[in-house]
Design a protein around this ligand. Structure first.
Ligand code: UDP
Length: 340
């Protein structure tokens, strides 16, 4: 019998979705939570609980990864660590294939060596590419249209091969549009540069940016602007805990979409943000952003059936309200402002 402390390893646990998941794990999981994060894009201040053991370093650092697997009995890995900018992935594909596809092999190798066979993977709707049917189920063709989506899809394939070879079991959680922040505004979304719609609208409202540019108003959607499925980060975090339970009970490898199933257009989002904040948004209408499909909405029936998961934040107003609270709260939407 191993005398080592049992733990769940969370790579990228200091990132946006990772930090919200770590917080829920600390609250609900019996195991110790261990985070491996380079802090290149994550924030040490987003890990609030002192019981969380933070290893600062690269997931491709085999000595460090071995140190973690030697110090703890890692029962499962939740893998967030990745680059997530579509535009950057187009400009610098090798950076994405190295970090998102090649680097996790070090984690998988350590798992194989140490007999750890449960893996939860932050996958993405970007693995589907241009939609051919709506809403999108997990059976939708996976033909990514940018290196970001391709880098994640390749890791899905690698994991399936590991399942065949040595019995790894995994849940691929394919996120739609992650949004919102912890409702107590203790942790939140802080990207640099920020490229996401909700924080950008709120920054235009707070005066931090001059305006928001709407990328295209000639799509074949009801109001001409892009429609997306915005899913609250707490709902995403909760899905990881449910996926852990599923694997713990012997569940086999499966992919699950995570969304609300409700589409919201950019124009609708502007109106919602104005009503939540009581302030007009300065808007400019611009060209389409290359690579943006008109509509992306999830069918998450499988996550409900297999994981018992459902989104609780089904009204996007509530999502925007939590993001606004974070932006105007004590941390003012930026970890750089947090004194801890
Ligand atoms: N969007 C926009 N202006 C911006 C940023 C985003 O009109 O400054 C639109 C974008 O075209 C997409 C939606 O908002 O339809 C959500 O974009 P985001 O980058 O937040 O997420 P994505 O869908 O690309 O993952």
């Amino acid at each position: 019998m191993s005398l080592k402390e049992k733990a769940v390893l969370v790579t990228g646990g200091a990132g946006y979705i990772g930090s919200h998941t770590v917080r829920q794990l600390v609250e609900h999981s019996a195991s110790r939570v261990v985070v491996l994060d380079s802090l290149e894009r994550g924030h040490g201040a987003s890990i609030l609980d002192p019981s969380v053991k933070l290893f600062t370093g690269d997931i491709a650092d085999s000595d460090l990864v071995e140190e973690i697997f030697t110090a703890f009995e890692i029962e499962a890995v939740i893998h967030f660590a990745a680059y997530t900018y579509v535009g950057e992935s187009v400009a610098e594909p090798l950076k994405y294939y190295r970090n998102n596809t090649a680097a996790p092999l070090t984690i998988l190798e350590a798992m194989q060596r140490h007999g750890c066979k449960q893996f939860i993977f932050s996958s993405t709707a970007a693995t589907y590419g241009n939609p051919v049917s709506m809403p999108m189920t997990e059976e939708h063709p996976q033909q990514p249209i940018n290196p970001y989506g391709a880098s994640k899809l390749m890791l899905e394939q690698i994991i399936r091969d590991c399942e065949t070879a040595w019995g790894l079991r995994a849940v691929f959680l394919r996120y739609f549009n992650a949004s919102g922040c912890a409702p107590d505004a203790a942790i939140g979304e802080d990207h640099d540069p920020e490229t996401h719609l909700i924080p950008l609208i709120l920054m235009a409202i707070s005066g931090e940016r001059e305006h928001i540019t709407v990328f295209g108003e000639d799509y074949e959607t009801p109001d001409g602007t892009c429609v997306r499925d915005y899913i609250h980060v707490l709902d995403l975090a909760n899905a990881h805990l449910k996926a852990l339970d599923y694997l713990g009970k012997g569940g086999s490898t499966v992919a699950c979409n995570l969304g609300t199933g409700k589409g919201v257009s950019v124009r609708e989002m502007l109106t919602i943000a104005e009503s939540v904040t009581g302030t007009k948004v300065p808007v400019i209408y611009g060209e389409r952003r290359p690579g943006d499909p008109g509509e992306l909405v999830a069918d998450s029936a499988r996550a409900k059936e297999l994981l018992g998961w459902e989104a609780e934040y089904t009204d996007v107003r509530d999502i925007v309200a939590t993001a606004w609270k974070w932006m105007t709260g004590p941390a003012k939407g930026r970890y750089a402002n947090v004194k801890r």
